[in-house]
Design a protein around this ligand. Structure first.
Ligand SMILES: Nc1nc2c(c(=O)[nH]1)N[C@H]1C(S)=C(S)[C@@H](COP(=O)(O)O)O[C@H]1N2
Ligand SMILES: [Mo]
Length: 362
């Protein structure tokens, strides 16, 4: 276990700021990811927040600005729990690097996706207590961690539309898998925005501002946007590109591992699929001939509307080099894009092309 409480076999992309993901095998083990296995994405040093001194302020387009201690938050509002998957917009970026290099961004594999049971209060209840005004359009979150990667360097923040903030699923959470949040995951309180890119689930949240426009924080206005392929990301400014919110349909093969030696015959293939916001995973297909023919995987568990779907297929593999491909469909009958080539973008977000692995079968 490392200083952040993570297993020793995590794939650590950076130690400062700490950025790490579990191995596919570790991620495949359970529908709810253990805290020691859950990926972590940070843009600056993890702040040391004293839970007794911590206050949450709610300001902006509200009739009654609020300042709440942790005890007040817990006492004044009803407690709610839900299972939700967090997925980083950089998940599977590594697949883009075969198309073209992406300097300055971590080569995340399929493990920047994990699922936990989150407990806290509904953001909606807090906003209603503050008297959110009708002209409110966005709800912005501010945290104390400072990122030198932002231009200019600044503390982390982001926003979501008021409708998502007022939905029952968006939480101000203090517990993850029934344990208090660890410092790495946002203690004492973080936002959890189910079905939206991980970047909007702001950790160590200390200020909520109800406003007419989206947040002007770098991580909302400039980063986490899909730029056209020919854009220079160093030149990108506020408002450029497509802002990311709801998670796009995606999937991954977790077992067997890419490059594994397997025995010819029947082979179990497992993975996850995830459809953001109010979409669900409807079907997962698996091919052992590079996408010529497909068979349907069993959808093993989708434990909540906000969580991933774990799938398993039992396929026949012949001796030799075998390419295994998967593809997911969502409840709108949308299918994942076949190749990363069309999806490549300068910051490397949302690689939701069909996952492919190669195994050697004897
Ligand atoms: N304050 C703060 N919140 C943050 C971040 C951050 O760097 N600072 N990273 C975001 C991103 S990009 C992701 S994907 C998730 C990751 O959450 P985790 O570290 O708990 O897995 O937190 C989000 N919230
Ligand atoms: Mo992220």
């Amino acid at each position: 276990m490392n200083q952040w409480g993570k297993r020793d076999d995590m794939l650590v992309h950076e130690t400062e700021p700490f950025n790490a993901e579990p191995s596919p095998v570790a991620l495949a083990r359970a529908v709810i990811t253990d805290v020691d296995t859950f990926y972590s994405r940070n843009h600056g040093p993890v702040p040391d927040v004293d839970p007794d001194a911590w206050r949450l302020t709610v300001v902006g387009l509200v009739d009654q600005p609020l300042t709440l201690s942790l005890a007040e938050l817990r006492e004044r509002f009803e407690q709610h729990s839900l299972l939700a998957t967090l997925q980083c917009a950089g998940n599977r970026r590594s697949g883009f690097l075969k198309v073209r290099d992406i300097p300055g961004e971590d080569p995340w594999e399929s493990g920047a996706t994990s699922t936990a049971r989150w407990t806290g209060v509904r953001l909606a209840d807090v906003l209603l207590a503050a008297g959110i005004r009708p002209e409110a359009a966005h709800v912005a979150f501010a945290a104390p961690d400072r990122s030198e990667l932002a231009d200019p360097p600044q503390t982390y923040g982001g926003s979501i539309p008021a409708a998502k903030a007022l939905s029952g699923e968006t939480l101000l959470a203090w517990a993850m898998n029934d344990e208090p949040l660890t410092p790495l995951h946002g203690a004492p309180v973080r936002v959890v925005v189910p079905g939206w890119i991980g970047a909007r689930s702001v950790k160590w949240v200390e200020r909520i501002t109800v406003q007419a426009e989206p947040s002007d924080n770098y991580f909302q206005a400039t980063a986490y946007r899909v730029l056209p392929p020919d854009a220079d990301p160093r030149q990108a400014g506020p408002g450029d590109g497509i802002s990311l919110g709801a998670v796009a349909l995606n999937s991954a093969i977790l077992e067997p591992a890419d490059g594994a030696q397997v025995t010819a015959g029947k082979l179990d293939v497992t993975g996850y699929a995830f459809a953001g916001d109010d979409r669900g995973v409807a079907r997962v297909d698996v091919s052992v001939d590079g996408g010529e023919t497909w068979s349907q995987a069993d959808l093993v568990a989708q434990p909540s509307p906000w969580a991933w779907c774990q799938w398993r297929a039992n396929v026949q593999v012949e001796a030799g080099q075998v390419e295994i491909v998967a593809r997911a469909w969502d409840t709108t009958a949308a299918l994942q894009q076949e190749s990363a080539r069309e999806l490549w973008n300068p910051k490397g977000y949302v690689n939701n092309s069909w996952p492919r692995i190669h195994v050697h079968s004897t």
